[in-house]
Design a protein around this ligand. Structure first.
Ligand SMILES: Nc1ncnc2c1ncn2[C@@H]1O[C@H](COP(=O)(O)OP(=O)(O)OP(=O)(O)O)[C@@H](O)[C@H]1O
Ligand SMILES: [Mg+2]
Length: 262
C-alpha cells in the first residue's frame, strides 16, 4: 500500500473516532466553506491531551476532501524563530484558498504578535488559518476591531460523561469498566484513550490507573523532565488529592525532596 493509501486510511479512521466537538467542527466547517461572516483565523486552545490536534486533523481532512491545499505545520519541530515558521508556512502565501494549520503553537508562542501583525497578512486570497496551542490567545486579537471580526478563539473543553462513555465504547471498553475510566479521566480524551489501551481488569475487580498510564500521561503532558526524581514527584502529584512536602518526603526521601523543591 502506498503512503497516500495509508495516510488516507489513517485520516478516515481518526475522523471516524472523533467524539463530540460539534461546536468546534461547525466553526471549522463554516470557515472551510467560505461562509459569509465566517472567521479567517480559528485559535484552538486548551490543556495537553484535550483534543486540539484531533480538531486540527479534522480541519485537514475536511479541507482535503473539498480539494483545498493544506499546509500543516507542527511547531514542535521548529525553533521559536520567525524564519523557521515563515519558511514552513510560506506555501500558504501563494495558492489561493490554502488552509494553513499551525499545531503545537505554544512552542512558538513568542511569535504570536508577529503571526498576527505580519505573517497572516501575507496569506493568499481566501486562505484561512487554524492555530492550536496550550496557551490561550493574547487579548490583542479581540481588542483590535479588525481582528475581532476575523478571529475566533475556541477553548476546547473536557468531554462530558456521555461523550467520554462514547469514546470508551468506540474503543471496545466493556460497559462495566467505563464508569471507573470516566471518573479517572475527568473528560480528558488523552486519559480516556490511555485507560482504554490497557488490558481490562478481571470482571468485577476494581480498576486503578497503573504506573504505566500515569507515566505516559506525565510524559505526554509535561514533556522532558530534568530526571527520574522529578518524574516520581509528578507521579505522586498525579495520584494524591493534595500533595504537601511531608508526603513527598515519605515517598522520595529527604534528599530527593530537597532536589525537587530547590
Ligand atoms: N474528540 C475526541 N474523540 C476521540 N478521541 C479523541 C478526541 N480528542 C482527542 N482524542 C484522543 O485523545 C488523544 C489526545 O488528543 P490530541 O493529541 O488531539 O490532544 P492535544 O490537545 O493536541 O494535546 P497536546 O497539547 O499534547 O498536543 C489522542 O489519542 C486522540 O486520538
Ligand atoms: Mg496536539
Amino acid at each position: 500500500m502506498g503512503a497516500r493509501g495509508l495516510a488516507g486510511r489513517l485520516a478516515a479512521a481518526r475522523a471516524g473516532a472523533l467524539v463530540g466537538r460539534e461546536p468546534e467542527r461547525a466553526v471549522l466547517d463554516r470557515m472551510l466553506s467560505g461562509a459569509a461572516q465566517a472567521p479567517f483565523v480559528a485559535y484552538l486552545h486548551g490543556p495537553g491531551g484535550i483534543g486540539k490536534s484531533s480538531l486540527v486533523r479534522y480541519a485537514a481532512r475536511q479541507a482535503e476532501l473539498t480539494g483545498r491545499r493544506v499546509v500543516h505545520v507542527d511547531a514542535r519541530f521548529l525553533d521559536a524563530d520567525p524564519r523557521r515558521l515563515e519558511e514552513a508556512a510560506a506555501p500558504a502565501c501563494t495558492e489561493p484558498g490554502t488552509v494553513l494549520l499551525i499545531d503545537t503553537f505554544e512552542q512558538c508562542q513568542p511569535l504570536e504578535t508577529w503571526l498576527r501583525e505580519t505573517f497572516l497578512l501575507r496569506l493568499a486570497d481566501h486562505a484561512i488559518a487554524v492555530v492550536a496551542s496550550r496557551t490561550a490567545p493574547d487579548a490583542e486579537w479581540s481588542l483590535d476591531p479588525g481582528w475581532a471580526q476575523l478571529f475566533t478563539a475556541l477553548a476546547v473543553q473536557p468531554l462530558d460523561a456521555a461523550q467520554s462513555d462514547a469514546l470508551l465504547a468506540a474503543r471496545g471498553v466493556p460497559v462495566e469498566q467505563r464508569g471507573a475510566f470516566v471518573a479517572f479521566a475527568g473528560g480528558s480524551p488523552l486519559a480516556l484513550s490511555l485507560a482504554a489501551s490497557v488490558p481490562a481488569a478481571a470482571p468485577g475487580a476494581p480498576w486503578y490507573p497503573t504506573g504505566d498510564i500515569l507515566t505516559t500521561l506525565v510524559e505526554r503532558l509535561v514533556g522532558d523532565l530534568p530526571g527520574a526524581v522529578h518524574r516520581r514527584a509528578l507521579e505522586v502529584v498525579a495520584q494524591a488529592y493534595v500533595t504537601r512536602e511531608p508526603l513527598l518526603r515519605k515517598v522520595l526521601g529527604d534528599q530527593d525532596t530537597n532536589t525537587v523543591f530547590s
